[in-house]
Design a protein around this ligand. Structure first.
Ligand SMILES: *[C@@H]1O[C@H](CO)[C@@H](O)[C@H](O)[C@H]1NC(C)=O
Length: 608
């Protein structure tokens, strides 16, 4: 009993490793000889307004053709997770063989079947099919103007373009409108026409892309705009920091030369004061280092997946984007272990095994938790989104047998290679009290200061970490929100995202802006003699995600036509996952940049 269960697990792991490797199955070499069978796969039906809500094609009472040789199959994990439900249509199609209009089956319409069709038509259901991996969309039916009578399209007219021995183009025309009357028989028919086409095989997906949408002036303009912002911001930050830091250094070294008497009267303030505390471990080091590790991993996954997508046209294979992402995520687990583990060791943490588990499973648990929650709703609605049990087992196996061991390797490397706390300043035994940022204390110090310092002090008043955290995300969000619109649209509507070059640029811009903003925020915070910069820099960068999530609300209400419990929970659930992942990534990037900065400024100042 127990033994056979392990055999199942082993088989699943093996199947999984095979299915993850993006090798074409032999059915898919995409070449045909004359009269070779061409398979028309039925995939899903679902409302036009939400591409992500899908049901099996045969969940509607459609009928299948007589041929029964091939049945259900799942090719890859990515397909399974995305709710691909290929089922053989039963239609006889042979390469370059014309088929005149012929009936392939009849629907015996009773009351229940009619109601199912009427529901689908009312909700603007479309169905999706595949021929030779080319997607085809067709509309289920139509209602008349006053919405009382409902009609079903019964005749699928297929026109297939071929170039040599390959299929390069498919058009579907729906005809044969039949009124839905209970207790009638509705014949379903199809015809196939073959046409010579000049489209090259490599270009056959071009007609699904929408350059007028994705390469719209707005898109170019927004990239240009963000790019300008980056140049401006980087210039500004480096200028301000150079100048103020030079002044600070000059001031601090002057103080060195003053005797004790003068020093008491001199203006001892600013970031140097907290040198004994800046490298104090953050509060909750375990969670903190797990977050940073996960963020670094998400960053590397995004980078690699975008590069792969730029090199290979991932959109031409169903589910390959998701398969690639899962594969890359598993493969980059050592990154997570390395950064998380080394940071935890530097902060003097001792429970490193616990840290490793939390770091390794933080993101998978979040994603799976949300997915399983939505799964319950999907099962209730019988959506094809309901993830099959085998797939769930497969995902758990990846977590335990791939991600965890790789993470362990990374953690051990991280702890041993860069786990020593070699900070430029010693940490004082007793923490320095954090000055209260109140007008009273400020005006007292202000009595004989110059205007520049006055401005600085006014700024100090707002340097509560909470305020910094809220403001920190605005600029990074500003640099990405137009791209967010394009990404959301391709995810929730029928658009194929293919401009990964843009996405790459936006990722780079986002990282630079985030680092610049967090460095400035941290400088102000430290100048206010508040040394709690670790969490502040992380959270101020991560707050970008809060703005993105708020933007997703706007998107939901103004750009989509979704409704109902399933669509709403699906949308907000996955948007929450997306935003959280984005936030953790930004936070980690911001923290990494800031920690390099902090280390730098304290290395250059002489500490007595
Ligand atoms: C499909 O439709 C497009 C646009 O109407 C047309 O250019 C193309 O030739 C059609 N292809 C086939 C195979 O009929």
């Amino acid at each position: 009993m127990g033994y056979s269960r392990w055999k199942v697990v082993a088989a699943v792991v093996f199947a999984l490793v095979c299915s993850l490797s993006p090798v074409d199955a032999d059915e898919h070499d995409h070449t045909y000889t004359d009269k070779e069978e061409v398979v028309l796969w039925m995939n899903t039906v679902g409302p036009y307004h939400n591409r992500q809500e899908t049901y099996k094609y045969f969940s509607l009472p459609f009928c299948a053709g007589s041929q029964k040789t091939i049945s259900h199959y799942h090719e890859t994990l990515g397909e399974a997770l995305q709710g691909v439900e290929l089922e053989f249509s039963g239609l006889q199609i042979k390469f370059k063989e014309e088929v005149m209009q012929s009936t392939y089956c009849e629907i015996e319409l009773d009351k229940a079947k009619r109601d199912a069709f009427v529901y689908a038509i009312k909700n603007h259901y479309w169905y999706q099919m595949y021929i030779d991996d080319l997607p085809i969309w067709g509309i289920v039916g139509e209602a008349d103007e006053n919405g009382e009578e409902h009609y079903l399209w019964t005749y699928k007219k297929l026109e297939i373009g071929f170039n040599g021995n390959r299929i390069v183009d498919v058009n579907l025309t729906s005809e044969g409108k039949v009124r839905l009357v209970p207790n009638t028989r509705i014949p379903m028919s199809y015809s196939v026409k073959w046409k010579k086409s000049d489209v090259k095989f490599e270009d056959r997906f071009d007609k699904y892309l929408d350059p007028s949408f994705f390469q719209h002036r707005i898109h170019w303009f927004s990239i240009f705009n963000s790019f300008m912002m980056v140049i401006f911001l980087v210039g500004l930050v480096s200028m301000i920091l150079m100048r103020t830091l030079r002044k600070d250094y000059a001031r601090y070294s002057k103080e060195e030369e003053m005797d004790d008497m003068d020093r008491d009267l001199g203006d001892e303030y600013g970031w140097k004061q907290v040198h004994g505390d800046v490298f104090r471990p953050s509060s909750h080091p375990l969670i903190f280092s797990s977050l940073i590790g996960s963020g670094c991993q998400i960053f590397s996954v995004s980078l690699i997946v975008i590069i792969v997508a730029m090199v290979e046209d991932l959109y031409t294979e169903r589910g390959s984007m998701l398969s690639t992402a899962i594969f890359v995520y598993a493969a980059t687990s050592p990154v997570n272990g390395y950064f998380g583990g080394s940071l935890y060791a530097k902060q003097g943490g001792r429970r490193w095994i616990k840290q490793m588990f939390i770091g390794a499973f933080m993101i998978p648990a979040m994603v799976c938790g949300t997915a399983f929650f939505i799964n319950f709703i999907a099962i209730y609605y019988h959506a094809s989104r309901a993830i099959p049990f085998g797939t769930m087992v497969a995902v758990c196996c990846i977590c335990f047998f791939v991600i965890l061991p790789l993470n362990l390797v990374g953690t051990i490397l991280g702890r041993n290679l860069s786990g020593q706390p070699n900070f430029p300043c010693r940490v004082n035994a007793v923490p320095r009290p954090i000055p209260e940022k109140k007008w009273g204390t400020l005006t007292r110090t202000l009595k004989d200061t110059r205007p520049r310092q006055y401005v600085e002090f006014c700024a100090l008043r707002f340097m509560e970490p909470a305020v910094i955290v809220c403001l920190g995300g605005i600029l990074p969000f500003g640099s990405i929100f137009i791209e967010m619109y394009f990404i959301f649209t391709s995810f929730w509507a029928y658009k194929i995202y293919y401009v990964y070059g843009f996405m790459m640029l936006v990722l780079v811009i986002l990282c630079i802006v985030t680092v610049c903003v967090t460095i400035v925020c941290t400088y102000f915070l430290l100048n206010a003699e508040d040394y709690r910069w670790q969490w502040t820099s992380f959270l101020s960068a991560a707050s970008t995600a809060v703005y993105v999530y708020m933007y997703s609300f706007y998107y939901y209400f103004f750009k989509t036509k979704m409704y109902g419990l399933f669509q709403t929970s699906f949308y907000f659930g996955y948007m929450a996952v997306f935003s959280t992942a984005l936030g953790i990534m930004c936070g980690a990037v911001g923290y990494m940049g800031t920690s390099a900065f902090v280390r730098k400024i304290y290395t250059n100042v002489k500490i007595d």
